[in-house]
Design a protein around this ligand. Structure first.
Ligand code: UGA
Length: 430
């Protein structure tokens, strides 16, 4: 059992804290949002993440997981202090590191004995050096410490599984001293552990997210060629994916990547590279292709409907991907805003994200089922691939729609079946 503090209870901090507690560690999570602390203390969570709430509840009850607003309480409790605060993008694509810096100062001020300070937030390479300088400067009692980089690879929607059964754990260190304790933290998860230097660990995170985004843009570019040639992108991805060197994952063509990680991290990596004197042209093209996917989808809508003004359009799937209520940089937002600008009326449905969508979308009619959303519409769009949409009663759907027009931005439905049922059906790259 390791005594752990996690500073920041966002997606990464909260899930990590809960899973560490579940694995038997003694965890204190710190957040400066006291309302959130009170909510979490009652075992409730502010996000939709499958399987997370029961773990939080259980470990709060067993007192292995506690929440506080006081950073000193967390730091004094812990042998290992994790920093898991946001690193949001600045308007120019660079990373705003002010939250990490502030937390580092506060940790330094609270330390009274040796601590391992671990950065879990996604940060630019060389951040560890900066954090070490800050801690040295504000560490009045001159307490000994080590800095570790331990990037997180969890995906929203399957965060608990990703944390409990990680593909690997990356530990970046400046000396051998913190290695044994870090291995103890991760021992219950039985994952391969990569021990490296801090700069390499930091780079692994940006390199992974960028590579996954590259796979998505690659297949999206291939989908354009499939459309032009009459090939089927699903079959192409299947044929590619069986090659063990390539793998089928992240070869789903569609509206492109969104969310709080890929768009931000790819911009950051381009920016970091530029700062270090390298023009990362490959990644800039990944960004361009991603943006083009929305343009190509809009073009399909125009080709099908001709005039969008005064049309009623249903949008199924608002979250940036299935199994989350996260609306940050969801492709659906871009599509809806463009259609509204052209004078369309939008009726929307999402299994989990409607509360969050209501806060950011104006003039949209939110409906309690896919069929209510589809009632009397001129077209229906699918923007995220919730399982629920794979099992729609298509005859019922067609019977409620004004016009049987479906534009599937995530290749959820089967083109042959849709055609047989009398739909005008268009999808991506097939
Ligand atoms: C991503 C990474 O997958 C995680 O490993 C990482 O820890 C996380 O970012 C992070 O940096 O915090 P996440 O953003 O939760 O996780 O979601 P993904 O499942 O990676 O999907 C990202 C976007 O790519 C979604 O919009 C999804 O719809 C899109 N996508 C994914 C595709 O368009 N095609 C695919 O084949 C796969």
């Amino acid at each position: 059992m390791v005594k752990i503090a996690i500073i920041g209870t966002g997606y990464v901090g909260l899930t990590t804290g809960a899973c560490f507690a579940e694995a038997g560690h003694d965890v204190v999570c710190v957040d400066n949002d006291l309302k959130k602390v009170t909510l979490l203390e009652s075992g409730k969570i502010p996000i939709y993440e499958p399987g997370l709430e029961p773990i939080v509840k259980k470990n709060v009850l067993s007192k292995r997981l506690r929440f506080t607003g006081k950073i000193a309480e967390g730091v004094n409790h812990a042998e290992v202090v994790f920093i898991a605060v946001p690193t949001p993008p600045r308007p120019d694509g660079s990373v705003d590191m002010s939250f990490v810096e502030k937390v580092a100062c506060e940790i330094a001020g609270a330390m009274i004995e040796y601590k391992i300070i671990v950065d879990k937030s996604t940060v630019p390479v060389k951040t560890g050096e900066k954090v070490a300088q800050v801690i040295k400067r504000y560490n009045r009692r001159k307490v000994d410490f080590d800095i570790v980089s331990n990037p997180e690879f969890l995906r929203e929607g399957c965060a608990v599984q990703d944390l409990m059964q990680p593909d690997r754990v990356v530990i970046g260190v400046g000396s051998d001293r913190p290695v044994a304790k870090m291995k103890e933290v991760y021992e219950p998860f039985h994952a391969p552990i990569v021990v490296t230097d801090i700069n390499s660990a930091e780079l692994i995170k940006h390199a992974c997210n960028s590579f996954l985004a590259l796979k998505i843009s690659y297949i999206n570019a291939v989908s354009a060629i499939c459309e032009a040639s009459g090939a089927n992108v699903e079959d192409v991805a299947h044929g590619m994916g069986l090659d063990k060197r390539i793998g089928r994952a992240f070869l789903n063509a569609g509206l492109g990547y969104g969310g709080s990680c890929f768009p931000k991290d790819i911009s950051a990596f381009v920016h970091i590279a530029e700062h270090l004197g390298y023009d990362f042209r490959l990644l800039k093209e990944v960004q361009n292709i991603n943006a083009e996917q929305i343009e190509r989808f809009m073009k399909k809508i125009h080709e099908t409907l001709w005039i969008v003004q005064d049309k009623a359009i249903a949008v199924l799937g608002l979250a940036f991907k299935p199994n989350t209520d996260d609306m940050r940089l969801a492709p659906s937002l871009d599509v809806i805003h463009r259609l509204q600008k052209e004078g369309a009326r939008i009726r929307a449905y999402d299994p989990k994200a409607m509360d969050k969508a209501r806060e950011i979308l104006d003039g949209v009619e939110f409906c309690d089922s896919p069929y209510t959303a589809a009632r009397d519409v001129d077209a229906l769009l699918i923007c995220s691939e919730w399982d629920e949409f794979r099992h729609l009663d298509l005859e019922k759907l067609r019977s409620v729609m004004g016009q049987p027009v479906v534009l599937d931005g995530r290749n959820v439905l089967d083109p042959k079946q849709m055609e047989k049922l009398g739909f005008v059906y268009k999808s991506i790259g097939r």
